[in-house]
Every structure is written in structure tokens, then in C-alpha cells.
Design a protein around this ligand. Structure first.
Ligand code: F6R
Ligand code: ZN
Length: 190
């Protein structure tokens, strides 16, 4: 039988004291996601930089259980676009997710298959509820600091990366002339 457990996420390092899996995603894992493909290729040729990391707590992937962990998106840009996660829909679309921002600055870019979209600013202390059906991607917009979030979602949700890999999200977060801007993704087709 399971027993209750705790772990802590000491700041500022934000490395949790417990993790069953530590995942690293580098630039090469985000092929096709950044708009400026020339800059992407040039950066990749130089170094396959670490873009984000995920610390996961393992639980059985069955209804009733929750999966949780810490997501760390590092600062950086490919052209005007900020470093971000791959982003996904949950395979079981009708499953929600909660994010709690521990550190850093950024955005959660979200959309539904039905065409709704939303981009929420993430700042320390904020709780974001991502309802069922909303695909989601975290973007780090700070110059120096990581964007660190705690995430919790139903353990049977699964991840569908393929839909986003095809044409990305409808909205992009970029460094524009006047600062941080949320723009329409020109690659996105109806
Ligand atoms: C789980 C979830 C987060 C992300 C993590 C990395 O459903 O949304 O744990 O998995 O932020 O992002 P992806 O999975 O898009 O590479
Ligand atoms: Zn998710």
C-alpha cells in the first residue's frame, strides 16, 4: 500500500528533493517549432543548448492517481522567439492540469481543438488552471532567470505532441520592437 509522501523544492535552485525521472530537452528536440528556422539551424550547429528540464514523480498512470513534478524552462531566444516547451494536448483530451509558478517570468500559451486560444502571464505565486481540452506550452521570457512551475494532472492523461509538432500553437511569444509581444503564428493554417 502507498504511504503519503512529501518533498520540497528549495529556492533559488528549484531542484526538488525527490524526482523519479529527470528529463532534459535540448534545441534539437524542438525541431520545426521556432519560426526563425535559419537562426535555429545556426544555433544548433553551434551548440545543442538545454532549453528545459522536467523532474517527474512516478505514479501509476491510472484514473484516480495524479502525476506531478517541476518544470524548468531556461532563458534564451531563437531569433525573436523565447525558449519554450514543446507543448502538447493531453491524449485524454478531457483532462485538466494545474500549474503553480515558483519562480521566473513567462507565459502559458493555450488553445483548444475548437479554435479558442488564451495566453496567460506567469509570475511567481500565480496558480493557473488549464481546463480539459486546452493544449499548453510554457514560455520563459526572463533574461536571466529560469521559469519554474509545479504541475499536477490526472495520471491517465497521456501526451499528444504530434498535433502541435505539425504547425505549432496559434500564438507566439516574441521579443518585439516595443518589448514582449504575443503575435499570431504565421505558420498556423485554419
Ligand atoms: C504535463 C505537463 C508538464 C509538461 C512540461 C514539459 O502534462 O504539461 O509537465 O510536460 O512542462 O512540457 P512538454 O511536455 O510539452 O515537453
Ligand atoms: Zn500537460
Amino acid at each position: 500500500m502507498d504511504i503519503p509522501f512529501t518533498f520540497t523544492v528549495p529556492l533559488p535552485t528549484a531542484v526538488p528533493t525527490r524526482a523519479d525521472k529527470h528529463l532534459e530537452r535540448r534545441l534539437s528536440a524542438l525541431k520545426g517549432q521556432f519560426l526563425d528556422t535559419e537562426r535555429y539551424q545556426a544555433m544548433l550547429a553551434e551548440e545543442d543548448r538545454l532549453v528545459y528540464e522536467v523532474y517527474e514523480i512516478h505514479r501509476p498512470e491510472v484514473p484516480g492517481e495524479l502525476l506531478l513534478g517541476i518544470s524548468v524552462v531556461h532563458p534564451g531566444q531563437v531569433g525573436q522567439e523565447f525558449f519554450m516547451t514543446k507543448g502538447h494536448f493531453h491524449t485524454v483530451l478531457d483532462t485538466a492540469e494545474i500549474y503553480y509558478v515558483l519562480k521566473g517570468e513567462g507565459f502559458m500559451v493555450m488553445e483548444t481543438p475548437e479554435g479558442a486560444c488564451s495566453v496567460e502571464a506567469l509570475t511567481p505565486g500565480k496558480v493557473l488552471y488549464v481546463p480539459p481540452r486546452w493544449g499548453h506550452r510554457s514560455v520563459c521570457t526572463a533574461r536571466q532567470d529560469d521559469l519554474v512551475t509545479l504541475f499536477i494532472y490526472p495520471a491517465n492523461a497521456g501526451h499528444d505532441y504530434g498535433t502541435i509538432e505539425q504547425q505549432g500553437f496559434r500564438k507566439l511569444v516574441i521579443e518585439g520592437a516595443a518589448g514582449i509581444e504575443v503575435i499570431d503564428n504565421p505558420r498556423w493554417k485554419q
